[in-house]
Design a binder for this molecule. Structure first.
Ligand code: BES
Ligand code: ZN
Ligand code: ZN
Length: 497
């Protein structure tokens, strides 16, 4: 896939040579200036006339008409050099790979050093380049009988740089691991509910565990009954398909201490139950296991890169269906923690299954908890579709997650949980908790409810209902599942201290 070389000359033969250009009075220097001279100053003219642009994320290309080794030059506009961020560079590369894919190029070379700034070194640029390659060119295979001709892909990419080749290769590898794992999560989420049941999700997790030698445990219904997981069982009650509690354990330290618990909502289809969703809002509810997918994607990265950390992934998996057996509004259920819950809304099912998963993660020794869930429509109203909602009981843990998200470009923003909010989730007259105390501050109610189960364990809740699916194509992927939080969770784990 990627080959790293150091000698780039005007006569090196490539289908396409990619050069980064920054906005300034005279944009052509280095290899671009050399090409300009070879092409009789034509590139400068094209820049002046605007046919080639250095504006941020503009991709322009010219044919060299056999005047040089590279058949075509692709210029990636990067804007002002001192304003380029890591995420900006990743998006620019995303746009480049999309353009090259569309143009059906199968081979390309990149002058990596033309993408380096004071803030972004060649290694970081290499990471951005390869991560963006996998993210931007991702496609869900789908199920059409008649596929169009298999899409041509760029299969050979030569990276030219003066930097240390072994280090650049390592950075390209890390970027590719991050990109591929995000794509794995996307595929899980894009898969329809009939083909991605709790058992399917568990099967996938077991494959992952075998590949990376994680310890694993799949709890069946009988064991859940024994353990008293009344919340997960209640949500599953209306389903013909058995629930699964999926546990993966990665031990990267001598002792099983400082354990990070990653908990992901795995509702494989959410009809809302008896608090039934409307026909419009039910569509796309196959994506209600995006939290589970984010955790599994992060575990893939952890399995590949093997950081010195201890991680336990816990995924409660079921669909939320109706039948004569299904749980109902007004039911009172007992969670594994012993806390009783009055169900006011069967569509607030995510917090129920996560309650037992959080308790179970703590039983397995989790000292820190991050849960990821498509929990509420309310978070979309509050923060839109580009920002994940975060809630926490621990500033320091939240700060670490925020830093990781700044690196990955997956924005998170904190919402408060006040004492008054806690009172509201404790407002049931007949049980300890109420799973839906009204629509006001909806996303916060979800967080406050989960906080009751995290208790004193440092915990961050991430509500990805808005960010897990994209309505339109974007620089780093197609419409559909985004794989949001895979990269942030993995970055958080790698850097955790
Ligand atoms: N899975 C939904 C949340 C959701 C909504 C995800 C839109 C993705 C897009 C969740 O289980 C749900 O139905 N939440 C309710 C909670 C309410 C009943 C307290 C909601 O958001 O309306
Ligand atoms: Zn629901
Ligand atoms: Zn749901």
């Amino acid at each position: 896939m990627f080959t790293v070389k150091s000698q780039l000359s005007l006569d090196t033969v490539h289908e396409a040579l990619v050069i980064g250009v920054f906005e300034k009075n005279q944009p052509l220097d280095g290899i671009a200036a050399e090409y300009d001279r070879r092409l009789g100053g034509q590139l400068s003219v094209l820049f002046k006339e605007g046919d080639i642009s250095a504006k941020k994320k503009q991709i322009s290309h010219v044919h060299t008409l056999n005047q040089a080794g590279a058949k075509r030059l692709y210029f990636v506009g990067l804007g002002k050099k001192d304003a380029l961020t890591f995420e900006g560079l990743r998006e620019a590369f995303g746009k480049l790979w999309k353009t090259l894919k569309q143009a059906k190029r199968t081979e390309a070379a990149v002058a990596l050093d033309t993408f380096v700034t004071d803030d972004i070194d060649a290694n970081e640029a290499a990471h951005a380049l390869s991560e963006a390659y996998y993210l931007a060119t991702y496609e869900f295979p789908g199920y059409k009988q008649k596929k169009n001709e298999p899409e041509k892909r760029i299969e050979t990419i030569t990276i030219y740089t003066e930097a240390d080749a072994a280090e650049i290769e390592a950075s390209l590898f890390v970027g590719s691991v991050y990109g591929k794992a995000t794509n794995s999560a996307r595929t899980l989420v894009n898969t329809p509910g009939n083909l991605m049941t709790a058992a399917d999700l568990a099967g996938y997790a077991v494959e992952l565990a075998k590949k990376y030698e994680f310890e694993y445990e799949i709890l069946e219904k009988e064991e859940m009954e024994r353990l008293g997981m009344g919340a997960l069982l209640a949500v599953n009650q209306g389903s013909k398909k058995p629930p699964k509690m999926i546990v993966l354990k990665y031990q990267g330290r001598e002792q099983w201490d400082n354990v990070i618990g990653l908990v992901g909502k795995g509702v494989t289809f959410d009809t809302g139950g008896y608090s039934l969703k409307s026909r419009e809002s039910m569509v796309d509810m196959k994506t209600d296991m995006a939290g589970a997918a984010a955790v599994l994607g992060a575990m893939e990265i952890i399995g590949e890169l093997r950081p010195e950390q201890n991680v336990i992934a816990v995924i409660p998996a079921t669909d939320n269906m109706i039948s004569g057996e299904a749980f109902k509004p007004d039911d009172v259920i007992t969670s594994m923690s012993g806390k009783t819950i009055e169900v006011k809304n069967t569509d607030a099912e995510g917090r129920l299954i996560l309650a037992d998963a959080i308790t179970y993660a703590k039983h397995h020794g989790a000292n820190y908890l991050i849960d990821v869930a498509t929990l509420t429509g309310g978070v979309i109203v509050a923060l839109g579709v580009h920002t994940t909602g975060a809630m926490t009981n621990n500033e320091a843990l939240f700060e670490q997650l925020l830093e990781a998200s700044a690196e990955t470009g997956e924005f998170i923003w904190r919402l408060p949980i006040t004492e008054k909010d806690k009172e509201r989730v404790r407002s049931s007259k007949i049980a300890d908790l109420n799973n839906s105390p009204g629509r006001e501050g909806h996303a916060i109610m979800g967080g406050a409810f989960l906080g009751e189960f995290a208790e004193d364990t440092p915990w961050v809740h991430l509500d990805i209902a808005g960010t897990s699916v994209a309505a339109k194509d974007y620089d780093l992927g197609p419409s559909g599942a985004t794989g949001v939080m895979v990269r942030t969770l993995a970055t958080f784990v790698e850097r955790f201290e």
